[in-house]
Design a binder for this molecule. Structure first.
Ligand SMILES: [Zn+2]
Length: 403
């Protein structure tokens, strides 16, 4: 069960493919996990699509999700993902505003060219307006990229992105069930879910993992953090105290929560709650059986604290009409969504920072953004490129403030 938790609650069948030694004389179907039952119960049926072999980056699928009710620690409220059709390797980027999609795609395109000497040939998305802005269209034409999109009201045609989106949120919910994560860490959960999914065997890839299939094409490429042993997300960890002014009587370690794998450093990401700071380090002692945050109440109980994310409910609570535009108000104020998404469980009322991606994208207003787009998080798990503007960590201190 420890490996099941470390890997983000995958199917025991898949786990047996990945770690056969754990299942000697044991039937994978005989295992049961309550968290999986709650997190995956609402999973919508997957429509099988024929997997067509090609080459990495000949076709890339994309989807945008958001806005979340609560900003991530870096003020992100959206995420965009890119999926390589051939290997199903996924890159996830957090965004502050939806219009960051252009600059993120340019970053992704340049990363593909520089790191893998390859060019994206076809780009497939739904009909989201952000994919059809003039500037992105110009970029496609300039670089000879064929833009494909789904027919109106037929999201099934974007099924690979839709399924990956569902899978990401499924793993995200599973991780959230077990750690009761605060609102402002949802992005870290999502990036970790991407990291784990890229390493899990997939049926459509004949039980290879996306990362392993990808590395068959780029065998000399060495992922930054792939050598790190997996750990249980959200567990308590003690980081070595490296304060320069530390006295001999000060503690030698500080208590933190493990929040994922660094995309730019060979180390784990941890969050220090008292100082509200993230940092990456290898000097950690993990207590994997101990969740840093309080356990989630059993299903059916409402959470009383606004600081608690209830993964049971991805459905928003309605706001009185007298309240100001929620997208322009406090980041901690729950925002309404016009209707629940297909993947959300119905008839739930607990506050949640997550909301429907499809309905929100067409009706919400963008908050004013005087500053240039700032990218924070992304996880494509195989290689790592420098972030633009505001990174996970600042070059000098190796950390940033979550406020
Ligand atoms: Zn599970």
């Amino acid at each position: 069960m420890l490996w099941h938790k470390r890997l983000g609650h995958p199917s025991f069948i898949y786990l047996s493919k990945l770690q056969p030694s754990l299942f000697v004389n044991k039937n994978p179907n005989s295992f049961h996990c309550d968290v999986c039952s709650m997190a995956k119960h609402t999973r919508k049926p997957y429509f099988p699509s024929t997997y067509k072999s090609s080459h990495p980056f000949s076709l890339v699928h994309s989807d945008i999700w958001g806005p979340s009710r609560v900003q991530n620690a870096d003020h992100s409220k959206w995420f965009i993902m890119f999926i390589d059709d051939h290997t199903r390797l996924t890159w996830t980027y957090l965004m502050r505003v939806k219009s960051d999609a252009l600059i993120i795609f340019e970053t992704f395109y340049n990363m593909v060219f520089t790191q893998f000497n390859s060019r994206i040939q076809q780009f497939h998305s739904d009909n989201g307006r952000e994919y059809f802005v003039h500037s992105l269209g110009s970029f496609f034409r300039k670089h000879g990229i064929v833009q494909l999109s789904s027919c109106v009201d037929t999201p099934q045609q974007n099924s690979i992105a839709e399924r990956k989106n569902s899978h990401l949120l499924e793993v995200t919910r599973a991780l959230l069930f077990s750690i009761n994560v605060p609102h402002y860490l949802w992005g870290e959960v999502l990036l970790t879910a991407t990291y784990l999914i890229n390493r899990m065997p997939s049926k459509v890839l004949h039980f290879k993992s996306p990362q392993n299939l990808f590395l068959e094409f780029y065998p000399s490429f060495k992922p930054v953090s792939s050598i790190l042993p997996l750990r249980v997300f959200g567990c308590t960890t003690f980081a070595h105290n490296v304060q320069p002014n530390r006295s001999k009587l000060d503690p030698r370690a500080v208590k933190c929560v493990f929040v994922g794998y660094s995309s730019s450093k060979k180390g784990y990401k941890v969050y220090h709650l008292p100082s509200k700071k993230f940092f990456s380090t290898m000097d950690l002692t993990f207590v994997e059986h101990e969740s840093f945050f309080q356990p989630t109440p059993p299903q059916g109980e409402l959470l009383s604290s606004s600081e608690v994310f209830s993964p049971l409910s991805l459905d928003p609570i309605p706001l009185p009409s007298s309240l100001p535009d929620p997208t322009l108000s406090s980041p901690n104020l729950p925002t309404p969504s016009p209707s629940p998404s297909l993947s959300d469980p119905p008839n739930q009322s607990s506050p949640s920072p997550l909301r429907s991606p499809t309905t929100a994208s067409s009706t919400s207003k963008q908050p004013p953004s005087a500053a240039p787009p700032l990218l924070y998080g992304f996880h494509f798990a195989v290689c790592h490129v420098p972030r633009i503007g505001h990174g996970f960590s600042c070059p000098s201190s190796g950390e940033y403030c979550a406020k």
